[in-house]
Design a protein around this ligand. Structure first.
Ligand code: AMP
Ligand code: DBH
Length: 553
């Protein structure tokens, strides 16, 4: 532990915003930041729990000793390729057994993973690679019917800094991951106060923003999470959501499970067909889902074909879970529901496992840390009366102070005194629990997958037949929200399917393609002349629409 660590400013990767020195000192003194790196954490767990199973993926099983050794070997292989400390490496892997080896190898090397999701396509991946000047891109050969090597060929051609494409599986013209396990070499330890990796924000403008997380701050969030979720070495965590997402990575996710000495089981797909047999076989104790998946699981559990009795906690988060669905979790699945309201920028709230049913069903929990500061403010930034709804602002020992290399976005998303503006409309209960009421930011939350309206609009505007575009959410009983693009055509409207095909060709992830397209002559406006998305949204819930509007579903 280093209480007298040098100024963070000097430690931190350029392009990242440090915590002010007085806050950093406070977080160290309180024991939140303990000066430990991910590499050291795994080494220590391998010493303490060497023979315990760390990772299960298909019929592969690795003990902590094996995971530790394989991370060392892979770190040596990455180094031999020329990957250096602080080099950025975009990882886009499905839930394969090698996922955590790759992460820990990069952590040990001090290279910085950028956690892309399997659903991202060329628009997003090219942007992550060029924005971070990534030197390597790590993919699987194929997954869910998609060939990532084709994507890599496009990205490789578009991004000059990218030297290596590394493939888990059949590498084709690229570097096979399997050939990079080399004899371990001595590596200098990265600084715990430095950035360890980048998460992605759901983003409210343009492509997702990059979130730099340090060893110190993230490991603190793991420690807090495993205490709240009561994880220990007997815990078995099922990673059913995409492993790179902040929720299954850290709340407490697989990294929290490793911190506790438990076992992480990978599900290649989150459907009950895949997940339920794994829960039965591996005696899974805890897992995490987004609300639409939770609804599917609740339905599937009725058949009672699998023994799910080992499951103690079902975490649901990423988007608002309805009270009605929340009430069905214990009767249908026989386990405790834990609502999780988190964000890759930091702050995570949990309902506690021994909370009264009323709080668990109707709130999104309370923060991990006594040092998390929450303010609920009105549109002028003034605090609202207790219990009133307003935008949530937050700062604390594991919430970032700025996105990576994003000065103008930072000016919008952070207050002068360092609070992150979540864009979420919330109210606080008398017990200090958060209830998420909606969003101030311009995002569509499609069952936990966040679609930034502006990003999709920019792509639509690139179409020659489109004069203007506004993308809004529409309520959906299954996903919570779906997206609708309102388009003002230049002359004759193109077929809606031509527009969606155009977006696909531009390499936009499938979940961002508008679920519906409506052609209009003009947009309704607000008092100051901005497009009123509120009014657009309202036209969708009115019973009659322009009869000529073509739409796609
Ligand atoms: P991201 O920026 O992708 O990390 O997404 C974080 C955002 O997801 C939050 O700011 C919320 O808008 C939303 N979110 C996460 N968990 C919940 C939840 N339990 N209930 C409602 N919204 C949530
Ligand atoms: O949606 C999220 O980003 C999220 C949800 C639950 C998250 O980042 C987390 C928990 O850590």
């Amino acid at each position: 532990m280093s209480l007298s660590a040098p100024s963070q400013e000097a430690d931190l990767l350029p392009g990242c915003t440090p915590w002010p020195e007085e806050f950093a000192a406070r977080y160290r003194e309180a024991g939140y930041w303990q000066g430990e790196t991910f590499g050291q954490m795994l080494r220590e767990r391998a010493r303490r729990h060497g023979d315990r199973t760390a990772v299960v993926a298909g019929d592969q099983r690795w003990t902590y000793r094996e995971l530790d050794a394989r991370a060392d070997q892979l770190a040596a292989g990455f180094k031999a390729l020329g990957i250096q400390p602080r080099d950025r490496v975009v990882i886009q892997l499905p839930n394969l057994g090698c996922f955590y080896e790759v992460c820990f190898a990069l952590f040990r090397l001090g290279a910085l993973p950028v956690f892309a999701l399997p659903a991202h396509r060329s628009a997003e991946i090219s942007s992550f690679c060029s924005y971070t000047e990534a030197v390597a891109y790590i993919i699987a050969d194929k997954h869910s019917g998609f060939d990532y090597r084709t994507l890599a060929t496009q990205v490789h051609a578009a991004v000059p800094t990218l030297k290596h494409v590394i493939v888990a599986g059949d590498a084709g013209p690229f570097t096979p991951l399997s050939q990079l396990y080399a004899t371990p070499v001595e590596l200098p330890e990265p600084r715990p106060s430095d950035v360890a990796f980048f998460q992605l924000s759901g983003g409210s403008t343009g492509v997702p923003k990059l979130i730099p997380r340090t060893h110190d701050d993230y490991i603190y969030s793991l420690r807090g999470s495993i205490e709240i979720c009561q994880l220990d070495e007997s815990s078995v965590y099922l990673c059913a959501l995409p492993a790179a997402h902040n929720f299954p990575l850290s709340s407490p996710g697989a990294l929290g499970t490793f911190y506790a000495g438990g076992t992480a089981v990978m599900a290649l797909h989150p459907s009950p067909d895949v997940a339920f047999p794994l829960i039965e076989r591996e005696r899974v104790t805890i897992t995490a889902l987004v609300p639409p998946l939770a609804l599917i699981w609740l339905e599937a559990a009725k058949a009672r074909r699998h023994d799910l009795s080992s499951l103690r906690v079902l975490q649901v988060g990423g988007a608002r879970l309805s009270n009605e669905a929340a009430q069905r979790v214990r009767p249908m699945l026989g386990c405790t529901l834990q609502q999780v309201y988190g964000m890759a920028e930091g702050l995570v709230n949990y309902t506690r496992l021994d909370d009264p049913e009323e709080l668990v069903v109707s709130t999104q929990g309370r923060p991990i840390s006594p040092a998390d500061e929450l303010r609920v403010v009105d549109e002028d930034g003034n605090e609202v009366a207790p219990g009133e709804t307003g935008q949530l602002l937050t700062r604390g020992p594991y919430t970032i102070r700025g996105y990576y290399k994003a000065e103008s976005a930072n000016a919008r998303s952070f207050t002068a005194d360092g609070f992150y503006c979540t864009g979420d409309l919330v109210r606080l209960t008398p017990e200090g629990y958060v209830v998420v009421e909606g969003r101030a930011k311009d995002l569509i939350n499609r069952g936990g997958e966040k679609v930034a309206a502006e990003e999709v609009e920019n792509h639509l505007l690139a179409h020659p037949a489109v004069r203007d575009a506004a993308v809004v959410s529409m309520p959906d009983p299954f996903l919570g929200e779906r997206s609708c693009a309102f388009v003002i055509p230049r002359e004759v409207p193109p077929p809606a399917t031509a527009l969606t095909a155009f977006l696909r060709e531009r390499g936009l992830a499938a979940y961002k393609i508008p679920d519906r397209v409506e052609f209009v002559e003009s947009f309704p406006q607000t008092g100051v002349g901005k497009v009123s998305k509120k009014a657009l949204r309202e036209t969708l819930t009115r019973p009659t629409r322009t009869p000529t509007s073509p739409s796609v579903s």
